[in-house]
Design a protein around this ligand. Structure first.
Ligand SMILES: Cc1cc2nc3c(=O)[nH]c(=O)nc-3n(C[C@H](O)[C@H](O)[C@H](O)COP(=O)(O)OP(=O)(O)OC[C@H]3O[C@@H](n4cnc5c(N)ncnc54)[C@H](O)[C@@H]3O)c2cc1C
Length: 338
C-alpha cells in the first residue's frame, strides 16, 4: 500500500510527488501517456509574474513567482535559466522588462518525478473501501491526488468544470539571434545554439479527447510564425519540432487546490443553508483523503511548486487551504443555484 497515489504526471502532479517524497512518503504516480505528456510537455515554460494591474489572481501568481524562481534555482539549477523577459501589450501601449526564468518543461517534470514509482496507465476506476483508495482494482493508497489537467475527469463532479485550451509550441532553427524572452502575441524564447521556441495557447475549439478532426499542425505552425513576426524578424526559419497539449483553467481563473465535496451527501444535509453569500466550507462533507490540484491556466510552471507545498502541508499537517483556491467554492455556487 502507498501513502499517496497521484493521477496525472504533469507539472502539478510531479510537484506534489516531489514534495511528498521530500517528506518521506511512499508515492505512486499514474499517467495514461507518461510524464509531461499533457499541457506540461508543450509549455514554454517561462517563470514570470502576471502582467496585469491587480486582483487576487495576480496576487497568488506573483507570490508563486517569487517562490518558484527560488525553488527551481536552488533545486534544479541545470534545467533553469534566468532570462530578461520583455512583455509588450498587444496594442503596444505598454512594455515591461523583468528578470524572469525559463525551465526545460519536460526535463523539469522528469527531474521532479525522479525516484517515484510510475505506472503508465489510464486510471478509470477509483474506489474507497473504508481505509484506503483502490486504483484500477490493482493498487491501494491512503491518499489520492487528482492532477489530471483539462482531460476527462476520473471522478465527475457536476460543480467542477475545467476549461481546456489547446496550445502549440515549435522549436525553430533560425540564423536570427534573439537575446531576450519576448511576450506579445506569442512567447518567444532566447536562442540557444541557433534554436528558439515559439509557443501559445489560443485554440479553444480543439480537444484531443472530443474533437473528431485531428489538430492541423501546419496551420498551427503558420499561426505561430505569423504572430512571432509581429515581435521579431526571424530569418532562415526551419521548424524542427512541435509540442502540443491542453492547458486547464477554471471558470474564475483561480487554481483549484484541496479536497473534493461529496455533493449528494452535502446537499442532503438539513443543517446547511446553501443560499448564504459567505458559506462555511467546513460544514460540507468531503471525500476522505481525496484531493485535487488543477486550473493553473497559462501559469502552471509558476504556480506548481507553490501550490504543491500548500497541498502537501494540508495533507500531512491539516493546514487550512484558502477558501479562494478551494474547490468547495464551486460547490457553493452550484448548491446556491439549485
Ligand atoms: C503551448 C503552451 C505554453 C505554455 N507556456 C507556459 C509558460 O510559459 N509558463 C507556465 O507557467 N505555463 C505555461 N503553460 C501552461 C502550463 O503548461 C499548464 O498550466 C500546466 O502544464 C498544467 O499542468 P497540469 O499538471 O495541471 O496538467 P497536464 O500537464 O495537462 O497534466 C495532466 C496529466 O494527467 C494525465 N491524465 C489525465 N487523466 C488521466 C487518467 N484518467 N489516468 C492517467 N493519467 C491521466 C494526462 O495524460 C496529463 O499528462 C503553457 C501551456 C501550453 C500548452
Amino acid at each position: 500500500m502507498y501513502d499517496t497515489a497521484i493521477i496525472g504526471a504533469g507539472i502539478n502532479g510531479v510537484s506534489v510527488a516531489y514534495e511528498l517524497m521530500q517528506k518521506g512518503q511512499r508515492v505512486i504516480l499514474f499517467d495514461m501517456n507518461g510524464i509531461a505528456s499533457g499541457g506540461s510537455g508543450a509549455a514554454g515554460a517561462f517563470i514570470s509574474p502576471k502582467f496585469s494591474k491587480g486582483g487576487e489572481l495576480k496576487e497568488i501568481i506573483d507570490k508563486a513567482f517569487v517562490y518558484s524562481m527560488k525553488f527551481y534555482e536552488e533545486n534544479f539549477p541545470h534545467i533553469f535559466t534566468k532570462v530578461n523577459l520583455i512583455h509588450t501589450a498587444q496594442d503596444d501601449s505598454e512594455e515591461f522588462t523583468i528578470d524572469a526564468g525559463l525551465v526545460n518543461a519536460s526535463a523539469m517534470c522528469h527531474a521532479l518525478a525522479k525516484g517515484v514509482k510510475l505506472i503508465a496507465s489510464d486510471v478509470k476506476s477509483l474506489v474507497y473501501d473504508d481505509t484506503s483508495w483502490n486504483i484500477n482494482e490493482t493498487y491501494t493508497a491512503k491518499n489520492v491526488v487528482l492532477a489530471t489537467g483539462a482531460y476527462a475527469p476520473v471522478i465527475h463532479k457536476p460543480y467542477i468544470q475545467m476549461r481546456g485550451i489547446w496550445g502549440h509550441r515549435i522549436d525553430v532553427k533560425t540564423s536570427t539571434q534573439n537575446k531576450n524572452a519576448l511576450h506579445k502575441f506569442v512567447s518567444i524564447s532566447p536562442s540557444k545554439d541557433g534554436v528558439l521556441s515559439i509557443g501559445a495557447t489560443h485554440n479553444v475549439h480543439y480537444h484531443p479527447q472530443s474533437s473528431t478532426e485531428p489538430y492541423d499542425v501546419d496551420a498551427g505552425r503558420k499561426e505561430l510564425l505569423d504572430k512571432a513576426s509581429k515581435s521579431i524578424n526571424l530569418e532562415n526559419v526551419e521548424v524542427i519540432k512541435d509540442y502540443t497539449g491542453l492547458r486547464s483553467g477554471s471558470l474564475d481563473y483561480m487554481p483549484l487546490v484541496g479536497s473534493l465535496v461529496m455533493s449528494k451527501v452535502t446537499l442532503a444535509s438539513t443543517h446547511i443553508n446553501f443560499k448564504v453569500k459567505k458559506a462555511d466550507y467546513e460544514a460540507y462533507d468531503y471525500y476522505p483523503n481525496l484531493y485535487m490540484i488543477n486550473g493553473s491556466g497559462g501559469y502552471g510552471f509558476v504556480l506548481a511548486p507553490y501550490l504543491a507545498k500548500i497541498l502537501v502541508e494540508h495533507i500531512l499537517s491539516a493546514k487550512k487551504i484558502s477558501d479562494r483556491i478551494s474547490p468547495a467554492r464551486f460547490f457553493h455556487r452550484y448548491a446556491k443555484k439549485l
